[in-house]
Ligand binder design. Structure first.
Ligand code: ADP
Ligand code: MG
Length: 606
């Protein structure tokens, strides 16, 4: 029997960024998979039931633990991964704080079963709310099985903030996907209520990405290889034909660890300036390898954020590596190859590229791939329709006759059938239909499209919500706090997660996805003010319509705004798919028709 685990001395634990690692089933699974990977597993199986609320089980074929270690592993700050202060500077394992197992065991009914390969039998430890209930020998394959049942059973407040089983399952699948992308050499299996979500054989990164992103998308990915002195950057990035309306398909890893880092994200988006529209985000899987002394992973309890010793150097290295690929516009070559025409003129290729990009962002229905992948590749974010076109320097649309490149899929409704004349005052879209001049208020129209989308999601039972990378705190009045508390469940149903943060402050940790890029504080204030106005006697449902329209209103850019033809076309297309009562939710008209006769009258031609 071996002993690997030690309890860290207090002098060292004080240096560790401590904090809550157990937030929801997905965060438990992240910690358990990290442990399995650190234990050298090559097969990891994740099973959940009821979104992880009823049960989570992670099974691995890693090196397992002796009975002594298994008992120690449940103590706080017990880890086999670091021992001395100096180890903090060279962390190569995913874990190092010795906190995950005890934290998880303290908020659930927890069972750890583990067996070292050489040991004749395994050890099973049953823990309830942090108390060891039973320790016994058990027969099992070598490796480790951790079962977490009834998470938060002893923390009703936490339980309240759990989302529907579907939402939690989505988060679980996201986490498993992210970790699976980081280790294509490890096989992953993930199932939910006996339904298989992911089955990933050991393979290479390209195949793994295709499995996770779907083959469809993966053909628009291009390899990045940059082996500089300071950082080695490898992976895949998408061209303009594969974009999302949020950052969730940006997978970035530092030394194998999935991270969400502002610097890294910024460097990537810098590289994409002019390649994709603002408000759009690429699909990226980027691995940044640095000497461990160059990066501090010990800054955040969930280890999602890191600190670089030489931040600007890392930033520029990433930007250059990605730019290097994008500058070559490999997607143009792709098109040419597919068409079998070696001499595609830039104009034509670029038109096709733009059309392809528009196409991929125009189809309305989420793809039928994995449920958790009904992400943004195929869903238009109406808020993104009104994005600044000035930055489209590289992908500038050639001056073509607009009607020519309309593909049949994009036609079919009244608004799509209009021929676009242009934009007036950056506020109105002018179109022609036979002998009629159609004037569309672009802001009212986008708002209506957003409103309709929200309403549909609401009817379907979920308004897509997005966790804020940086939760915001809002100071409120007493009556606003009361309203926020009273309706917290209802508000979470429409995508807002608000948590008490002491006194009259609340923390906004999630908002409806449509407004994820907008100022959450302004919106939350508006929403609470609306709810107050409806009075405490009103049921939430009475206020619902006006709340949705408030969210819709925040989701679009207001005022004057230049749009290019593609954006206009996308808006018209969306309008056709919107149940239009010809008014924006505020009751303002969306479009107005001026007939030829009316114009002739003005010009006294009759
Ligand atoms: P950390 O990963 O930060 O060390 P944890 O609480 O997650 O802390 O785990 C504590 C210790 O338990 C680990 O250091 C490791 O030695 C052991 N351990 C946890 N999970 C496994 C596993 N799946 N296989 C083998 N050992 C494990
Ligand atoms: Mg761990």
């Amino acid at each position: 029997m071996s002993q690997r685990i030690n309890i860290l001395p207090e002098s060292l634990t004080n240096k560790i960024a401590a904090g809550e690692v157990v937030e929801r089933p997905a965060s438990v699974i992240k910690e358990l998979i990290e442990n399995s990977l650190d234990a050298g597993a090559t097969d990891i199986c994740v099973e959940i039931s009821a979104g992880g609320r009823r049960r989570i089980r992670v099974t691995d074929n890693g090196h397992g633990m002796s009975r002594e270690d298994a008992l120690l592993s449940l103590e706080r700050h017990a880890t086999s991964k670091i021992a001395a202060d100096s180890d903090l500077d060279k962390i190569l394992t995913l874990g190092f704080r010795g906190e995950a197992l005890p934290s998880i065991a303290s908020v659930s009914r927890f069972t750890l079963a583990t067996r070292e390969t050489a040991a004749p039998e395994g050890t099973e430890i049953i823990v309830e709310g942090g108390r060891i209930r039973e320790v016994r020998a058990c027969g099992m394959a070598s490796g480790t099985v951790v079962s977490v049942e009834q998470i938060f059973y002893n923390l009703p407040a936490r339980l309240k903030f759990m989302k529907s089983a579907e939402t939690e399952t989505g988060h679980v699948a996201d986490i498993v996907s992210r970790m699976a992308v980081s280790r294509p050499d490890v096989a992953f299996l993930c199932s939910s209520d006996d339904r298989e979500l992911l089955r990933l054989q050991r393979s290479d990164l390209q195949r793994r990405l295709a499995q996770v992103l779907g083959r469809e998308g993966s053909q628009y990915l291009y390899p990045v290889v940059s082996e500089g002195g300071y950082a080695t950057i490898t992976g895949f990035v998408s061209g303009p034909a594969l974009v999302r309306s949020g950052t969730q398909a940006i997978y970035t890893y530092i030394n194998g660890r999935f991270i969400r880092d502002r610097v890294v994200q910024h460097s990537i988006m810098q590289a994409y300036r002019g390649v994709i529209d603002r408000g759009r985000y690429p699909v990226v899987a980027l691995f940044i390898e640095l000497s461990p002394e160059e990066v501090d992973v010990n800054v955040h309890p969930t280890k999602h954020e890191v600190r670089f010793r030489r931040q600007p150097v890392v930033h520029d290295a990433i930007q250059e590596a990605v730019e290097e690929v994008l500058r070559r516009s490999p997607w143009l070559a792709d098109k040419a190859a597919k068409l079998g025409t070696p001499h595609v003129s830039t104009g034509q290729a670029s038109r096709e590229r733009v059309a392809a990009a528009a196409q991929s962002s125009l189809s309305l229905l989420p793809s039928q791939v994995h449920p958790f992948l009904q992400t943004e590749a195929n869903v238009v974010d109406p808020a993104a329709l009104l994005t600044q076109p000035e930055h489209n320097t590289i992908v500038s649309e050639p001056n073509t006759n607009f009607r020519q490149d309309q593909s049949p899929e994009e036609t079919g409704g009244y608004f799509s059938s209009l021929s676009i004349i242009g934009q007036f005052h950056n506020e109105y879209i002018l179109c022609q239909s036979g002998s009629e001049l159609v004037v569309i208020d672009q802001h009212a129209a986008s708002e209506r499209v957003a409103y309709q989308l929200l309403k549909q999601q609401c009817l379907d039972g979920v308004i897509e919500s997005q966790r804020l990378l940086f939760p915001a705190t809002v100071e409120l009045s007493f009556s606003e706090v009361a309203v926020a508390n009273r309706f917290s469940n209802d508000l979470s149903g429409i995508g807002f997660e608000l948590e008490p943060f002491g006194g009259t402050t609340i923390m906004v940790s999630s908002v409806p996805r449509l407004v994820a890029e907008k100022d959450p504080i302004l919106l939350v204030r508006d929403i609470l003010a609306d709810l107050l106005r409806y009075g405490t006697s009103a049921a939430f449902n009475d206020a619902l319509e006006s709340l949705l329209s408030r969210i819709a209103c925040h989701s679009v850019i207001r005022g004057i705004h230049a749009l290019d033809n593609r954006q206009i076309k996308a808006l018209l297309y969306r309008m056709d798919r919107t149940d239009f009562a010809a008014s924006c939710p505020h009751g303002r008209p969306v479009s107005h028709v001026v007939t030829l006769a009316e114009l002739q009258k003005i010009f006294k031609r009759t």
